[in-house]
Design a protein around this ligand. Sequence first.
Ligand SMILES: Cc1cc2nc3c(=O)[nH]c(=O)nc-3n(C[C@H](O)[C@H](O)[C@H](O)COP(=O)(O)OP(=O)(O)OC[C@H]3O[C@@H](n4cnc5c(N)ncnc54)[C@H](O)[C@@H]3O)c2cc1C
Length: 394
Amino acid sequence: MHAVVCGAGIAGLTAAWWLDRLGWRVLVVERAPALRDGGYVIDFFGSGYDVAEEMGVLDELRGVHQEVLGIGYMDAAGRRRAGIVYDTFTQAVAGRVVRVLREDLVHALHDALPDTVTVRFGRTVDRVTHHADGVVVRLDDGTECESDLLVGADGVYSRVRALAFGPRDHYVRPLGLRVASFVLRDDVVRDALDGEFRMLALPDRHAGGYPLVDGRVAAVFMHRAPDGKTAGGLPRDPRATLSAAFADQGWVVPRLLDACPPDAYYDYIAQTLLPTWRAGRVVLLGDACQAVSLLAGQGASLAMTGARQLARHLAEHPVPEALKAYEEGLLPRITAMQRSARRSTAWFVPGSRLALTLRHNALRLAAMPGAAALLRTAVAPTPHAGVRTPTPTR
Ligand SMILES: Cc1cc2nc3c(=O)[nH]c(=O)nc-3n(C[C@H](O)[C@H](O)[C@H](O)COP(=O)(O)OP(=O)(O)OC[C@H]3O[C@@H](n4cnc5c(N)ncnc54)[C@H](O)[C@@H]3O)c2cc1C
């Protein structure tokens, strides 16, 4: 059996590993010239953590774990108003969590791939032709391959989805917020973080940083933007847009803005909503079909869960039935998580001073003994996607 996987992100690399494990020949095509670096620190736990354990990549992830004390919400004068201690969260998931840069997870998954998987960078899928038992996939260099399955793991703005399901505006739902992230080295900022992931919390705007173990800082900006309700184009220069959105703000924000590179990760906080994830021998995976958004905090974990589930069904059924079982097993649960993430938008970036105060008060209550489980649900709803113990076939 042969599969083409479009996208060497978290979903695509995990799928490639599992399909190879089932004895499939796998070609991964990635549009970027190399693995995409950049992004934020992920709280990696839940069913994706279990999948990482099955794949044997946990040790590598523990080696790049980012230790922080918790989250702190700051005011413009640099005073800590409220926060969460991570110990409570770690206990709530029985210690089964690592905090890693997104790029470290991508590299760990890539390192785990056996030589039998071919990865072609700087390539994408140009055309797909369906026939009864498979697909002919034409790449943008003109080469064609006959394949049993095309996996679209190419993120929120998936090309495979566009080819098989139609224009992205039908499926991408921005939640009215944008996110930017990049890494910088600045000891003044680092001192101000005092070992915590700290954010200046203003109505409709948050900005701050995450202290990394190597001395750098991962900066994060989130802001409400009026055109964020549509999936139209983003401004080319995130730095100018962020500077306008965060003009005249105090604490470490001016230093973060000064350090923002022109190619910082900058995107809508968005979900992908589709009534089905398969069309013939084409199937979608990860953010291409099931983005829950940054607000649910589990895009990476869910992407790996989806890849594992797909492989499990392919091990047990012929391709069409496997794709159906994969979709039926996961889509309803993802839909429920997406609904919950939409409801929590106002919790993550409150729209008024009153709403901010209410959140700070809620966090103070949650810091009281016994509130850990409640807090955990509020901060990041559990995905339990029902991953079974694996039965590798080779
Ligand atoms: C550089 C980067 C930084 C990110 N930073 C953040 C962040 O700060 N906050 C946040 O909430 N989420 C971020 N994300 C998204 C987050 O990684 C995903 O939500 C999650 O990991 C799900 O993974 P995925 O593999 O489905 O999608 P992704 O991680 O988006 O991976 C998709 C992969 O497909 C590739 N690709 C895209 N289009 C094509 C194409 N036409 N042909 C071939 N390959 C293609 C991309 O280059 C990428 O490697 C980031 C994604 C990327 C790529």
